[in-house]
Design a protein around this ligand. Structure first.
Ligand code: AKG
Length: 289
């Protein structure tokens, strides 16, 4: 899988990531890299590799708890599928996350001397998916700490607000709080986790207290957000799929930090609190020359 970055990153893009906690890199990778992931993503649906978050949302709603969702469209309801760590089982995902040009981009944006893979994550909203992705911060889900920790959101489809583009709170990576992770389609927190309650950023934005941005994207564009940036996504009210693969990468300041209640990874067997990430758990996928 030897491809090249399509163009140089600009100093402005790198500065935007550190200032805003989010940058959209336009036409940065060959769209073929994304098209090639269509079949591997499709093959996961109906397997234990992905969870049906719409079914989970129904169960949460049935228990009388909050689920963040819109109206069922006349054309019928779609499902929100999500899964992590496909790189462990599937060569195509390993090539995508470890052997493609993507880790080098993360390394340049985060100004890191090396990049570890934390996980890959498939996020598939079928046409008519009513579930929103609840506002959250990624870091609370990860058993690590560091400033150089990011998510690279790589769309496989043309994505618009209507089909569920990700929305980001500009500069929220600099807010002092760490927020309690939630169930992704609900503001319900994961039991046993710690942290502050995610503020009502939509009301804050209406009052002019923060700014929310989103990007229409095409395959070949990627957004990169800091692991402390608050973000969420809308339902997919369009008649097109909204498929994306998120890659979570860590840079040279990342160390293990166990966070009570957050899901642990069975393959992380070399965890030493405060120590650098181990190559067997979180492979080094790029080094600066
Ligand atoms: O794709 C989505 O709906 C949410 C993406 C997200 O939260 C992430 O990748 O960190």
């Amino acid at each position: 899988m030897a491809q090249k970055i399509l163009r140089e990153l600009t100093a402005d893009e790198i500065e935007t990531f550190w200032r805003d906690g989010i940058v959209c890199l336009r036409a940065i990778v060959d769209p073929q890299l994304l098209h090639d992931m269509s079949e591997p993503v499709a093959a996961l649906v109906g397997t234990s590799g992905v969870a049906d978050l719409s079914a989970m949302g129904d169960a949460i709603a049935a228990s009388g708890q909050d689920v963040q969702r819109g109206d069922v469209p006349a054309s019928g309801r779609g499902r929100f599928f999500a899964g992590v760590d496909h790189w462990l089982e599937h060569q195509e995902f390993r090539d995508f996350s470890c052997n493609s040009v993507l880790p080098a981009i993360a390394g340049q944006v985060m100004k890191s001397s090396r990049i570890h893979l934390w996980e890959d994550s498939v996020l598939f909203k079928e046409p008519g998916t009513i579930e929103r992705t609840a506002w959250h911060q990624d870091l609370g889900y990860f058993h690590c700490e560091g400033d150089k920790v990011c998510t690279m959101w790589c769309p496989l489809d043309s994505v618009t607000t209507q089909s569920g583009s990700v929305r980001f709170v500009v500069g929220s990576h600099l807010w002092p709080d760490l927020y309690q992770p939630n169930l992704f389609v609900s503001s319900m927190v994961i039991p046993g986790t710690e942290g502050s309650v995610v503020p009502d950023v939509e009301s804050m934005a209406q009052r002019g207290e923060c700014q929310i941005v989103t990007f229409d994207t095409e395959p070949g564009d990627v957004t990169i957000h800091h692991a402390r940036t608050i973000h969420g996504a809308g339902p997919n009210t369009s008649n097109r799929s909204r498929r994306a693969i998120s890659l979570r990468y860590c840079g040279d300041d990342a160390v293990y930090l166990t966070r009570p209640g957050s899901p642990a990874k069975a393959h992380h067997v070399n965890v030493v609190q405060g120590a650098e990430l181990h190559n067997d758990d979180c492979p080094i996928v790029w080094r600066r020359d």
